[in-house]
Design a protein around this ligand. Structure first.
Ligand SMILES: [Zn+2]
Length: 248
């Protein structure tokens, strides 16, 4: 492996609890940025070994295929146990090590509230790992080399799993079809089958649901399809004449 300083830095890193989360919450945004020449990456905290459908190996193969469709430059999965994502010091160090290796300018985390404990825990864990990664006296190594401190400039939260008004939406009209294909690459999850029939929608309904959500957030931004995000900071405006989204 190349020394960490020779790995090109990521522009954007999306961190999520499960393989197939980012495909649902911010895959269109990652693809859009990749198409603009940015280096985008995905870090999945777990490997999906508890999933009702398919094995961890199936999901690894599918995650690689989804990453190819979304044109991301880097994807990796940590070994945090599925269904037991906990905000421990040990887990924070695992994520902080990745942040120092990949040096993203922007990190996308899941929104900090939600139904699935892994999702909201991943949010706090990710934030605290970004903080820890910047501590100059915290020593972290990769392949025997010390990793210099790094803290991302910006953290935004993908809020699709939670019903909250977003701070902004990203227009993914041009990326919508490929983003849907990236989700359907998880054949072990989304092909119609016996296992998990009560909790998984039939494949025919998936497109409808994904499309309805993307259209709703698109409508808020005055475009066809969009993905929602929350930021904790205020927006900063330089020129009132170029603020997008029509008021009246
Ligand atoms: Zn998930």
């Amino acid at each position: 492996m190349a020394p960490p300083s020779e790995i090109p830095a990521l522009d954007i890193l999306a961190i999520a609890a499960h393989r197939d989360d980012v495909e649902q919450t911010c895959g269109g945004t990652l693809l859009k940025m990749a198409e603009r020449g940015c280096r985008a990456g995905i870090l999945d905290l777990t490997r999906g070994e508890l999933g009702t459908r398919g094995s961890a190996e199936d999901r690894a193969r599918e995650a690689n295929e989804a990453a190819r469709i979304l044109k991301v430059a880097w994807r990796n999965g940590l070994d945090i146990p599925d269904g037991r994502v906990e905000n421990t010091w040990e887990n924070r160090l695992k994520v902080a090590r990745v942040i120092r290796e990949q040096r993203p300018r922007v990190v996308i985390l899941p929104y900090w509230q939600g139904r699935h404990p892994d999702h909201y825990t991943a949010s706090v864990l990710g934030y605290e790992a970004c903080f820890a990664a910047g501590l100059s006296k915290l020593g972290l190594e990769s392949s025997g080399m010390a990793l210099p401190p790094h803290r991302p400039f910006k953290i935004v939260y993908a809020s699709l799993y939670y019903d909250i008004r977003p701070s902004f939406v990203v227009d993914i009209t041009e990326q919508f079809e490929l983003r849907l294909q990236s989700l359907l690459a998880y054949k072990s999850q989304f092909l119609d089958q016996e296992a998990g029939q009560g909790i998984f929608p039939a494949q025919g309904q998936i497109r409808e649901r994904i499309e309805a959500m993307a259209r709703f957030y698109g409508m808020l931004g005055g475009v066809d399809f969009a993905e929602p995000f929350v930021q904790k900071e205020v927006g900063l405006v330089d020129d009132l004449l170029t603020i997008p989204v029509k008021s009246i």
